[in-house]
Write a protein that binds this ligand. Structure first.
Ligand code: FE
Ligand code: FE
Ligand code: ZN
Length: 278
């Protein structure tokens, strides 16, 4: 099964997102838990969720990815912003308990000058206060490009966060192809070696989702500028290798390329032609 989708606007609700996904040939989707600029989440519409469950079941949607706002920072030097991150995560996870097959992805954070060790410690502290045994939604740390004071640009940083988190069985990783290459992991040169490194440091069993993006910048640039599939520095052959790699191919893939809906539809159609044994 090729599980492929893209980032969608959450404004029309769950059932509408599922129908939009299906209309562009997708069988999954990603959405923001709340407006990245604000912190307010829309009230839960259980009626909409019931409709969504029916649509999903009838059309084979088994997984969706909820992305925390990228402004959320669990390791800000400002304690008020750290508190806010904890509150948002707790609220997002309680909403997600209503969505079967949901994964929750967040950017680990930016240490804003406190240093990497403090950043890692504060992210783990946040997770230790948010995660409870009853939470059923996997919580994914996203691999980052290592821009500015970002935590998570190195696999070791993610491994340390996981190690310091008590309920680490709730944690996984979402690998972003643009971010890791910008971060210095050259998946165009040697994808196998990068996967092996990830397995050694984090463990492939943690890997739950892939953000499938091309990049505007060269390897190691630490920039984080996404490009359309095949139009960036990764190129179509690298993308093809990622979606077909035996260790990756069964994961859900999410496009976060600079596209409107019609562009996403074209990329999904293209990716299906590149998928082997599909
Ligand atoms: Fe992200
Ligand atoms: Fe991403
Ligand atoms: Zn990005």
């Amino acid at each position: 099964m090729f599980t492929i989708g893209c980032h969608l606007s959450a404004s029309d609700g769950f059932d509408a997102m599922a129908k939009t996904a299906l209309s562009i040939g997708a069988n999954t989707f990603q959405y923001f838990s709340r407006n990245p600029r604000g912190s307010k989440a829309r009230p839960l519409d259980l009626n909409d969720i019931e409709k969504y469950k029916k649509t999903a079941a009838e059309n084979g949607i088994t997984v969706v990815l909820c992305h925390a706002p990228y402004t959320m920072n669990a390791c800000s030097s400002n304690p008020g912003l750290r508190d806010l991150a904890r509150e948002m995560m707790t609220d997002d996870l309680s909403r997600l308990s209503h969505i079967p097959g949901a994964l929750y992805n967040f950017h680990p954070g930016s240490h804003t000058g406190q240093g990497m060790d403090v950043g890692i410690e504060q992210i783990a502290q946040t997770l230790n206060s948010v995660l409870t045994p009853d939470i059923s939604t996997p919580v994914l740390l996203e691999t980052m490009a290592g821009k500015g004071s970002e935590v998570g640009g190195r696999f070791e940083e993610l491994a340390q966060i996981i190690e310091k988190t008590e309920l680490s069985d709730k944690l996984g990783v979402c690998l972003d192809t643009c971010h890791i290459r910008d971060g210095g992991y050259d998946i165009s040169e040697d994808l196998d070696a990068v996967i092996e490194t990830f397995d050694k440091i984090v463990g492939l069993s943690r890997l739950r989702a892939i953000h499938l993006n091309d990049s505007m910048n060269p390897v190691g640039s630490h920039k984080d500028r996404h490009q359309k599939i095949g139009e960036g520095t990764l190129g179509i052959e690298t993308i093809k290798a990622v979606i077909n790699h035996p260790k990756l191919r069964d994961l859900p893939f999410f496009l976060e390329t600079p596209n409107e809906l019609d562009g996403y539809a074209k990329e999904i159609a293209l990716l299906k032609t590149l998928r082997e044994n599909y």
